[in-house]
Design a protein around this ligand. Structure first.
Ligand code: SF4
Length: 153
């Protein structure tokens, strides 16, 4: 199986610590985080993805908003430049420890944060990055591999 992921969620997944829009959203995200951590492939998609799914059952989900589509475009460009490979519909990614470490480093430095402009979660994500991504639920074992054990899960 693969996980359908829109480009800006390549950033959001780096700071996911079990907080989200609703208990159902978090339950779904937790399951996806575990699958990504287990090495499952990511299929880049346009528009709402597997993380968005619970929001699509609510009235007026923001997932289709122009601002969110623009966020995808910016994140795709920044992540593609960093990883040296295109991020667009049809691309399949299996992120390794080194790539996740690279994404975390450039997320923390702000190098790939242009897509985060105007996001309501920005302060939370800033703090998680500044704290060394300690409680993240996507690839927490990779922190251990890099000598930064997660505090809790
Ligand atoms: S600030 Fe918003 S867009 Fe950026 S990583 Fe956090 S949740 Fe995602």
């Amino acid at each position: 199986m693969t996980i359908r992921l829109r480009p800006h969620h390549l950033l959001c997944m780096l700071t996911y610590i079990g907080k989200g829009y609703s208990p159902g959203f978090v339950r779904n995200y937790d399951a996806i985080a575990a699958r990504i951590s287990a090495g499952e492939a990511l299929d880049v998609v346009d528009g709402p993805d597997d993380i968005c799914r619970p929001l699509l059952e609510t009235p007026n989900p923001h997932c289709f908003n122009d601002s969110v589509v623009a966020r995808d475009r910016q994140a795709a460009a920044d992540v593609a430049a960093l990883l040296g490979s295109g991020i667009h519909v049809g691309v399949r990614l299996v992120l390794n420890t080194a790539q996740i470490a690279l994404l975390r480093t450039h997320f923390a430095s702000g190098g790939i944060r242009a897509a985060c402009g105007g996001c309501e979660w920005s302060t939370l994500c800033d703090g998680i990055a500044a704290g060394g991504f300690r409680e993240v639920r996507v690839a927490p074992d990779d922190l251990q591999a890099l000598g930064k054990p997660p505090t809790s899960l």
